[in-house]
Design a protein around this ligand. Structure first.
Ligand SMILES: N[C@@H](CCC(=O)N[C@@H](CS)C(=O)NCC(=O)O)C(=O)O
Length: 218
């Protein structure tokens, strides 16, 4: 049994959840927020989520956890067979995780958690998000999946991050910046047909709704 520690607000946690479901692995979720408390740092030394407990072995970093799953459960592969295909999937996934999500982070944290964001911050976030989306649109060739014929890490990152970017830019900038990606509508529909993605998106929406309902009560 694998235990996933995190929250559905987090794109990085959602990556791991999608991969676990895709692999058909038995797992449970324990709602956990990032923290610098010593007890948390024992399990997640940077105090970040997600982290997992694999029968007593603690592991952090979403991509590392995906790599562990790929090694441990090679069937239902989440990387294409050829070296070039694998590299391309990792390249897209890395761009989405390391550039797109951090670029949209200030908008998302402002919208959901009320983190301060002034006009200069808004404009900086917009420029940063646009830059990554433009870079991605140069690389993406739906085949039909992001890195080609096979559903891969690239799609897992996209499924985890694109809805957050669409939501945050729509809500804070009044414009869904992801629409610049060619074929995005059709691609999101296709992603949403996968049970792993549909479940993860539904959990994210439920968490958002509950969060805002609680905020209104407070
Ligand atoms: N590179 C990490 C990023 C994880 C990450 O930044 N998680 C956020 C939540 S979405 C977090 O824990 N932030 C708190 C912090 O950075 O202290 C991964 O892929 O797992």
């Amino acid at each position: 049994m694998i235990t996933l520690y995190g929250v559905p607000f987090s794109a990085y946690c959602n990556k791991v959840k999608i991969a676990l479901i895709e692999k058909g692995v038995n797992f449970q979720e324990v709602p956990t927020r990032p923290s610098q408390e010593p007890a948390m740092l024992e399990k997640s030394p940077m105090g970040k989520i997600p982290f997992v407990d694999i029968n007593g072995h603690w592991l952090t970093e979403s991509t590392v956890i995906l790599e562990w799953l790929e090694d441990a459960y090679p069937t239902a592969a989440l990387l294409p067979p050829s070296p070039n295909g694998r590299a391309h999937a990792r390249e897209l996934s890395t761009m989405i995780d390391q550039y797109l999500m951090p670029a949209a982070g200030p908008l998302y944290r402002h919208r959901v958690f009320g983190a301060p964001l002034d006009d200069a911050g808004r404009q900086a976030a917009r420029a940063a998000v646009e830059k990554v989306l433009l870079a991605l649109s140069r690389l993406v060739k739906y085949g039909p999946w992001l890195a080609g014929e096979d559903f891969s890490y690239a799609d897992i990152s996209a499924a985890s991050v694109l809805p957050i970017v669409a939501y945050a830019t729509r809500e804070v900038l009044d414009e869904d910046l992801t629409t610049v990606l060619p074929g995005i509508e059709e691609y999101l529909l296709k992603l949403g047909q996968r049970p792993s993605v549909a479940k993860t998106w539904a959990d994210w929406q439920t968490a958002l709704d509950a969060w805002f309902a609680n905020q209104q009560k407070a």
